[in-house]
Ligand binder design. Structure first.
Ligand SMILES: *Cc1c(COP(=O)(O)O)cnc(C)c1O
Length: 217
């Protein structure tokens, strides 16, 4: 293991409360690095792209890893979810939620999901619009193939992490009013602020693994 990454992970672990966990975002990172971090005790890994995720899941099937899908999920790829992912963090529309539920029911499965909220209201960001989400909450909550564990957000890319505090706070307030207590928020550059605002899963890529091999799509 690159000692720096292992050291950083243990430094970050010291800052976590008992309900806060690290999701290691391994998209576009080599298998070797995943194995090394796993050997350090990391069992939750997040991937963005279905094809890449499925290949890694197959390659590493002998390790006890909980895989999380965190990238945008196209409807024609929902059929690949099966029971491959412990969590899907990127459920961003009613149609997608309904489809995941339908496919899960077909195989007698309940898929754990986070609902992704576009909390900043930026046009370019994925996620439920906050008002539309609240309006559709009863419908989504009733879907038989889903277990909704919490909310996820990707705030605007800010140089100054402090600027994202307001969005993290808004997400937890929204979740708590609906009785949800898991919050997937905060990445390498703003995870400290996210932790202060009640993140339960921080999604860390580059800070743990270094730069990704290819340009992120
Ligand atoms: C890539 C990615 C991350 C990790 O970002 P880093 O800046 O590398 O920590 C977290 N969440 C999502 C949704 C991502 O796509």
């Amino acid at each position: 293991m690159d000692l720096q990454a292992a050291g950083l992970r243990s430094e970050i672990l010291k800052k976590l409360k008992s309900n806060q966990k690290i999701l290691a975002v391994s998209k576009l990172q080599p298998i070797e690095k995943i194995k090394e971090l796993h050997a350090e005790g990391q069992i939750d890994f997040g991937e963005n792209y279905m094809q890449e995720a499925l290949e890694k899941i197959e390659t590493l099937k002998d390790l006890k890893i909980n895989w999380h899908l965190i990238g945008p999920l196209q409807k024609n790829k929902v059929k690949f979810l099966k029971t491959n992912f412990a969590y899907v963090h990127s459920v961003d529309s009613i149609e997608l939620a309904e489809l995941i539920s339908k496919k899960a029911v077909e195989i007698n499965h309940k898929q754990k999901v986070f609902l992704q909220i576009n909390i900043s209201g930026e046009q370019t960001k994925a996620g439920f619009d906050e008002n539309a989400f609240v309006k559709n909450w009863d419908l989504v909550k009733a879907l038989p193939g889903l277990e909704i564990v919490g909310l996820m957000t990707m705030p605007p890319l800010e140089n100054e992490p402090e600027k994202n505090r307001i969005y993290f706070k808004k997400l937890t307030v929204l979740g708590e009013t609906l009785g949800l207590h898991e919050f997937s928020m905060g990445t390498s550059h703003d995870y400290l602020v996210a932790l202060e605002e009640g993140a339960t899963w921080i999604r860390l890529g580059t800070i743990l693994f270094g730069q990704r091999s290819k340009l992120d799509k």
